[in-house]
Design a protein around this ligand. Structure first.
Ligand code: PAF
Length: 283
């Protein structure tokens, strides 16, 4: 059975014991409602570390006031069963007040451009919440490596930035996107979709494929590539575009032509559900 750690003291004691025994620690931070994408991160962590700690914590500080914090799926018992199949050694599952007790007032704010575009522009304060909780999780677990999915590519860039800036001794590992057979990127938020919406959501991966096919066919112009993706999304009447963007990767700088690796990233609303997806061009 996976060991459940609920308090700061419990995770600190667990990771201290691992470190004192000379073991490497891999951390997989999640908000639960685990799917195959998360389990791929866990399995990678399992291969590369002596001890694996997952966290399941729906982090209130990374949700805006009108976002889905309350509705976010919470399935801790099911999650534990999935974690046992990997298996991970421990899961950290604190209450919000354990992470943010009364009087809490310290936040990690990654300033500069990388948090102001893409999801950062749409979700003010989101990356401040992510950076704060991931810093705390890295400190608590004393992780040698931490694992994040490429689906949240901007999150990976932001995490790498503060880990470097704050001299946190944790290696940040990005793991490729895991898709359903249909092409839909795995996401806990897919659970919000009705059968029809799930069908409509296929337009995300389809539009990225179109963009990538055009790029592979020789089209390098960012505006043209963006238009190809937008036009494909436009074929799905229920899809509402939040953004379609291309930036250099991993620096996330504006570019006019794709001449080195670049992130083609989209955010699209299907009904009430906002989904994101991306592909790296020219890898
Ligand atoms: O990617 C997520 O699920 C979250 O942003 C993370 C990294 C677990 C922090 O709460």
């Amino acid at each position: 059975m996976v060991k459940v750690l609920r308090t700061v003291k419990e995770i600190q004691e667990f990771s201290k014991a691992a470190k004192d025994a000379g073991k490497s620690v891999g951390l997989v931070p999640t908000m639960g409602a685990l799917h195959e994408g998360h389990l791929t991160l866990m399995r990678r962590a399992r291969q590369e570390n002596d001890v694996v700690i997952a966290s399941v914590f729906v982090n209130p500080t990374q949700f805006g006031p009108n976002e889905d914090f309350d509705a976010y799926p919470r399935r801790f018992e099911e999650d534990c069963k999935k974690l046992e199949t990997v298996p991970v050694d421990a899961v950290f599952h604190p209450e919000p007040k354990e992470m943010y007790p009364e009087g809490y007032c310290t936040y990690v704010n990654v300033e500069g451009d990388i948090t102001k575009k893409l999801c950062g522009a749409q979700r003010p304060g989101h990356f401040r919440g992510v950076a704060t909780v991931v810093t705390k999780l890295m400190n608590l677990s004393r992780a040698d490596r931490a694992y994040f999915g490429q689906k949240d590519a901007q999150q990976v860039v932001v995490v790498k930035r503060f880990v470097s800036d704050l001299n946190i001794p944790t290696e940040v590992v990005m793991v490729p996107i895991v898709r359903e057979e249909s092409g839909l990127a795995r996401s806990s938020r897919n659970q919000y979709l009705s059968a029809e919406e799930k069908e409509a959501a296929l337009v995300l991966s389809r539009s990225l494929q179109k963009g990538k096919a055009a790029f592979d066919g020789g089209e390098k112009g960012v505006e043209t590539l963006k238009k190809i993706v937008r036009d494909e999304i436009g074929t799905e009447p229920t899809a509402v575009i939040d953004y379609v963007d291309i930036y250099s990767f991993p620096a996330l700088l504006p570019i006019a032509k794709v001449e080195a690796p670049a992130l083609l990233a989209i955010a699209v609303k299907i009904g009430k559900t906002r989904l994101i997806d991306n592909m790296i061009l020219g890898e």
